[in-house]
Write a protein that binds this ligand. Structure first.
Ligand code: HBI
Ligand code: FE
Length: 291
């Protein structure tokens, strides 16, 4: 995921390198852990083909991610590097923001090397190897999305100096993690937090509860998000090209200054200026019982 933030400057755990990476230790996974990957993989590939952008399915295929156990990061990186120059490195869990951005700016995607337990099938807080590799890595095989991720890392490093991570993190959240894309007049999934979740893969696209509104960078960076439940609003991009172009063409420093004065929008707000695809009922958010 990308929701939590760790303070810059905290030290890596003893077994990690200065850049927080650890050996994946692929030979250390048990048969049960490989079987957990296979189970999650089979579940998602049943749901996704009609729902996700075809660019994601292409990435799964060209990277040969499959139902044959947790991928070996070195082999995966070799294939990915040939396509877009990205590689996948292992980390023990969440890393500080500046470390996260530094890796991304250098086309290294940090992935948790552990996998969820059967009790955590549907929800866990720290990003595991299934979320990170199945959810994030396929689109890193797409040249335009790969450039967007690097641009985000570079923007993140600048934001650290400008005390603006809080606002920039919303861009990651509402695109990389929970983004929707419009393709041939249909909405499709591309966010890693959605495509790695069985229930949100359906909810994000088919449920009448959430809002679905057009991507607008300034508006989005004013919008709070939920980390404890499904999103109440999903932002819809027109294309990866447009997302990349807007990110590269925008000077963020003046926007951060403008955003510092508020207002913040709540996750379910709809504004008169919004391009609305779905005006959600918010029935799910209002249901009353716990998630
Ligand atoms: N660390 N391992 C890991 N994975 C993330 O997604 C991550 C992180 N540290 C910080 C972070 N995300 C966020 O600050 C970004 O969402 C902006
Ligand atoms: Fe993530």
């Amino acid at each position: 995921m990308g929701e939590q933030t760790k303070n810059s400057g905290s030290a890596p755990p003893g077994h990690a390198a200065a850049d927080w990476t650890v050996p994946q230790n692929w030979s250390g996974y048990t048969a049960d852990q490989h079987a957990m990957w296979d189970r999650l993989y089979a579940q998602q590939v049943k749901l996704l083909p009609s729902r996700v952008t075809p660019k994601f399915m292409q990435g799964l295929e060209t990277l040969r991610l499959s139902e044959s156990g947790i991928p070996d990061f070195d082999e995966l990186s070799e294939r990915l590097h040939k396509l877009t120059g990205w590689s996948v490195v292992a980390v023990p869990g969440l890393v500080p923001d500046d470390v996260f951005f530094e890796h991304m700016a250098n086309r290294r995607f940090v992935a948790g090397n552990f996998i969820r337990t059967p009790e955590q099938m549907d929800y866990l807080q720290e990003p595991d190897v299934f979320h990170d590799v199945f959810g994030h890595v396929p689109l890193l095989a797409n040249p335009v999305f790969a450039d967007y991720m690097q641009a985000y890392g570079e923007g993140g490093l600048r934001a650290v100096g400008e005390n603006a991570i809080h606002h920039l993190a919303r861009l990651y959240w509402y695109t990389v993690e929970f983004g929707l894309i419009r393709e041939d007049d249909d909405l499709k999934l591309y966010g890693a937090g959605i495509v790695s979740s069985r229930s949100e893969s359906v909810f994000a696209l088919d449920d009448p509860s959430p809002n679905r509104i057009g991507f607008d960078l300034r508006r989005l960076m004013r919008t709070n998000y939920r980390i404890d439940d499904y999103q109440q609003t999903y932002f819809v991009i027109d294309s990866f090209e447009d997302l990349l172009k807007q990110t590269l063409d925008t000077d963020f420093a003046p926007i951060y200054a403008e955003l510092a004065d508020g207002p913040d929008y709540q996750p379910a707000d709809i504004l008169p200026t919004d391009r609305v695809f779905t005006h959600g009922t918010q029935a799910w958010a209002k249901r009353g019982d716990a998630f």
